[in-house]
Design a protein around this ligand. Sequence first.
Ligand code: AMP
Length: 278
Amino acid sequence: MEIVRTPAGLTAAVEAMRRAGARVAFVPTMGALHAGHLALVAEGLARADAVVASIFVNPRQFGPGEDLARYPRDEAGDAAKLEAAGCTLLYAPDVAAMYPPGFSSFVRVDGLPDVLCGAVRPGHFDGVATVVTKLLAAARADVAIFGEKDWQQLAIVKRMAADLDLGTEIVGAPIVRDSDGLALSSRNLYLAPEDRARALALPRALAEAQGRLRAGGGVAEVLAQGALALATAGFARVDYFELVDGETLATLDAVQPGARLMAAGVVGTTRLIDNLGL
Ligand code: AMP
């Protein structure tokens, strides 16, 4: 598997693949790869002839006091996993290649970044929108695959790619979970064993809320029960437990097609997110 480290190198490599007739899928990541990331590669292979992945821990999407410095990094291990999964090319730029001196642009989507995780992490989704725009603009792939695990991010990227005519189709791939139900996340590596056990309350509370809503339970009551279940299980903080429209992220007070349960909270020192369709 070839590794390129500059935007121009990425553009040239993908252009060569497409000139040779290949349809190209792109899978952006921050590394510390697990089966959830590799499922995105598999989805890419199902939709294209070749998959290009990127690994870049984007400083602009971390707030002050967040985990940028301790974010897990293992490029050699990640590269081996990507190659085994059938990836053709890895884009692994350093910070200076992405944000050279003088860099002064950013991309901001209106509205969607202000709610849910964006309300708790101000500026986070501006950093995401900026880096994803740069990655998609340099890759110029046919399709890019993002995980439904980060549902709000997926909604923002879809909006942005359509608004800015980025020319890459944005596709969501289902959440990959551990056998006990916890959504795979690079940040699960931070969890001490007792916190890993507490964290299970997140998928359980979502599944219970889904069951109650399907059985006709009142939305406000079901959401309050969900948030309480997390607090009772020992979450240090519950950021939100909400029912939203999956596309606009507007809060809903009744179940409707496309509705999504969204939850986030902190266990120990680790912030976890999860979501479930209805
Ligand atoms: P990250 O490396 O955490 O920035 O994630 C890179 C991509 O992998 C994003 O599109 C995530 O939504 C996706 N992803 C992360 N965890 C999972 C998971 N458990 N299932 C599916 N996709 C995931």
